[in-house]
Design a protein around this ligand. Structure first.
Ligand code: ZN
Ligand code: ZN
Length: 358
């Protein structure tokens, strides 16, 4: 990308020029942007609210989308199970499970979940009211993922899309590249433990499933924080093969083994005592060398649960919406691209969502 050459094609410049018009002009009158997030007025509910509310519709179980403490939660059965596993009694006073592709009418608004392909149970929210269909993507990806149902494009009047990796420089390499790197390193350094940082919900299970697909059938060792969610995935029919808890006393025996842990554990006391560990991390952000270096990652594994630039633009074409709002990520380039193909587009600043995962 070329810097400091102001011209009309500069996405930042174009967006700045348009800032006088509120981006919410693209929302139908029955959908409002509030401090807590998207609010459906006739239905009386929020989508992925940032704070505890009376009625919440939740796209998926990551903590920045699924908060604790709502009175009433509507989510897919898998997301309800994930929220209960993580929050216990604080998951919500009442939790209503709505399987994908079933319609729930709430005061004249039709609500339907459609798979988003992001993690187990992740869904887009399809809202219909007064002859207008709005799809809120939540987090999504288009890549095949053995741990969840694939994303389905839904034609709509307004598509509200995430843009975590919304820059043309982000093009995720095939997942097999990362899996190969890990297995090759294991062969090359059989005397070293391989500690792999992976988010407890979604990434850890996907990495395990990808390793199994690649023919790796050895025991995979887990940090205690990953056990419960791996069990939940298995209970929901996602095979993960032979897993075992890596308790403190086992660390010295981990030469040549794969040990998965939350990314935060890579830097804390937990990671001491392993034989000459190779520090690895599985994340879409590992394609940014700087991020890998900051975390002291020797073996970056690029595995993302978000759409990259090509998947984002492909999806905007697939849903065919005349209006697009881009949120929580790198909005400006995608807004500019969408306008270039004749779509009315704007950035919608939904705050409170993290980069990836939790
Ligand atoms: Zn998110
Ligand atoms: Zn997420």
């Amino acid at each position: 990308m070329e810097a400091n050459r102001p011209d009309r094609d500069d996405p930042l410049q174009v967006t700045a020029d348009r800032r006088q018009e509120p981006p919410t002009r693209l929302l139908p009158t029955w959908l409002k942007l509030t401090g807590q997030g998207l609010w459906c007025e006739p239905g009386g509910f929020f989508v992925d609210p940032g704070r505890a509310v009376a009625r919440a519709v939740i796209t998926h179980g990551h903590a920045d989308h699924a908060r604790a403490g709502h009175d009433h939660v509507l989510a897919t059965p898998e997301t309800v199970a994930i929220m209960q596993a993580r929050y216990g009694d604080r998951a919500g006073r009442t939790l209503e499970a709505l399987p994908c592709d079933q319609i729930r009418r709430i005061d004249g608004v039709s609500v339907r979940f459609v798979p988003a392909g992001h993690i187990l149970g992740s869904a887009q929210v399809v809202l219909e009211h007064a002859g207008t269909r709005v799809v809120v993507s939540g987090d999504f990806k288009r890549r095949a993922d053995p741990t969840c149902d694939p994303f389905e494009p839904v034609p709509c009047d307004l598509f509200i899309t995430e843009a975590t990796f919304g820059l043309p420089v982000f093009r995720h390499p095939p997942d097999a590249v990362a899996v190969d790197r890990l297995l090759t390193s294991l062969n090359t350094f059989p005397d070293r433990a391989h500690l792999v940082g992976a988010y407890a919900l979604g990434k850890a299970q996907r990495l395990i499933a990808l390793l199994r697909q690649a023919g790796c059938d050895r025991t995979i060792w887990l940090h205690g924080a990953l056990v419960r969610l791996c069990d939940l995935y298995r209970d929901r029919g996602v095979p993960l093969g032979d897993l075992a808890l890596c308790s403190g006393g086992r660390r010295k025996d981990m030469a040549g083994e794969i040990v998965l842990c939350p990314p935060s554990a890579l830097a804390d006391r937990w990671s001491r005592g392993f034989p000459d560990p190779v520090i690895a991390m599985a994340s879409g952000w590992m394609q940014v060398r700087q991020r890998a270096r900051q975390r002291g990652v020797e073996l970056p594994l690029v595995i993302s649960d978000h759409a990259d630039w090509d998947q984002l633009t492909e999806t905007i074409r697939d849903v065919g919406a005349p209006r697009v709002l881009v949120t929580h990520g790198q909005e400006d380039a995608l807004v500019h691209w969408a306008r270039g193909i004749g779509v009315e587009a704007d950035a919608l600043s939904l705050t409170g969502y993290a980069d990836e995962g939790e």
